[in-house]
Design a protein around this ligand. Structure first.
Ligand code: SF4
Length: 409
């Protein structure tokens, strides 16, 4: 008697918006080593700060929701205990801050180097957490409907080929930092925001496309807004061809909005908001990049820089060894918030791009499964900053990386 053989297991590959899409676009080969090879980076500072600020804001919101604690919060008594809790949580995951990068730079302080020590000064991460909570918390927390919301969807595998492709579908997932539900009337007064001067609503109202949508919507209609935090500075509008964070972040929000629209309880999504939290306390490196972007006209048109002529002048006249320029709070706030319009055509384009990324990942994986060497199956291309911090640069086939590191005395 012939025993029936077990059917092949059916597996749908799952891709995440941040872990896969953004990571693969940063560098295909680095993504392969870090994600598919599950090799964590040796100095995951960027990841530490991203996780830290997300964790702190999430806990701060829960604390506010529970006790309705009034702003501003005191760093030592209200915020530091939350930071400690998140730091311990991250240590359990093997994530540690990189001390020299996280010192609350002398740039932003009246202290001298001798006055600083490990315990009684605020580090850069803390300074940003404090500003994020005290500047955006009073406006953001009352708008939160749910936080850390996992959203999932399924799509057809791009260019599916029987017996070649791993599956005919792929899963797509993401975690929305904050989902906000707003009932809008023509005056933009939300019932729970009556008499509340909400800065986020003010920024939304200033956006021309958003205002048009309000004009076209009916009184009392309910909409959702997707909000994402980034532990980084506002990216330039143009970037090198390999990796363009400005576009990638927009694509992430548009894809989130498609995923959210697939869920049963969703309402129409009106807009996305990204908070670039480093802008609230820019580091020396951030300031140098902002200077470069302003001088090369790489800033986006979401900010009217003519309104901030004094701040622009301070930045352009600032020298690396000077103390931090005394930028206005308004300028830092304006640079820390980005409104993304949700447009059906653009959602379609973003999904096509996601399909394309999945197709490229799958193609590289299949090449590797068929015996191709890792470095031949995955493209090694990235920008100079990513390469110089990359753990794999010593054996990476991207020769330009190595030649940059060789210093001839
Ligand atoms: S050195 Fe650069 S090109 Fe090579 S793997 Fe790292 S990020 Fe990619």
């Amino acid at each position: 008697m012939k025993l029936p053989s077990r059917s092949k297991s059916y597996m749908i590959p799952e891709y995440s918006l941040t872990g896969d899409l953004l990571s693969f676009l940063t560098c295909n080969l680095q993504y392969r080593y870090q994600n598919k090879g599950t090799l964590p980076p040796s100095k995951p500072v960027q990841r530490w700060f991203g996780e830290f600020i997300h964790g702190v804001l999430e806990e701060a919101y829960l604390e506010w929701d529970l006790h309705n604690k009034q702003f501003p919060w005191d760093w030592k008594t209200d915020i530091r205990p939350i930071e400690d809790m998140i730091d311990v949580r991250l240590q359990v995951e093997g994530l540690y801050p990189h001390d020299e990068d996280l010192f609350y730079s002398l740039l932003n302080s009246d202290l001298t180097i001798d006055e600083l020590n490990e315990h009684d000064h605020k580090k850069l991460a803390s300074a940003r957490a404090e500003k994020a909570i005290n500047i955006w918390g009073p406006h953001l927390f009352p708008l939160i409907d749910s936080s850390e919301l996992l959203i999932k969807g399924i799509r057809q595998m791009p260019n599916y080929e029987e017996n070649v492709s791993r599956s005919n579908y792929y899963g797509i997932n993401g975690v929305v930092d904050v989902l906000s539900s707003i009932k809008i009337n023509k005056n933009m007064n939300q019932s729970n925001l009556d008499n509340y001067n909400n800065k986020i609503i003010e920024f939304l109202k200033k956006d021309s496309r958003f205002s048009r949508q309000i004009a076209e919507s009916g009184d009392g209609d309910e909409y959702e807004i997707i909000i994402d935090y980034k532990g980084m500075k506002r990216p330039p509008v143009k970037s090198n061809k390999i990796n363009n964070p400005w576009e990638n972040h927009k694509q992430q929000i548009l894809t989130y909005s498609w995923l959210r629209s697939q869920q049963e309880n969703s309402k129409p999504i009106f807009a996305g908001i990204i908070f670039y939290l480093n802008e609230l306390v820019p580091s020396k490196e951030d300031l140098l990049l902002i200077q470069e972007e302003i001088s090369h006209d790489l800033t986006d048109d979401g900010i009217d820089y003519s309104q901030y002529a004094d701040d622009v002048e301070l930045i352009m006249n600032w020298k690396e060894d000077d103390k931090a320029p005394n930028l206005s709070e308004e300028f830092k706030i304006a640079r820390s918030i980005r409104i993304i319009n949700i447009d059906e055509n653009e959602i379609g384009d973003s999904l096509d791009k996601f399909d394309n990324v999945v197709f490229n990942i799958e193609s590289s994986l299949i090449k590797e499964i068929k015996g191709c060497k890792i470095q031949d199956a995955w493209a090694a291309e990235s920008d100079e900053r990513t390469c110089s911090a990359c753990d794999f640069k010593t054996f990476c086939k991207n020769n330009s990386v190595k030649s940059k590191d060789i210093k001839i005395p």
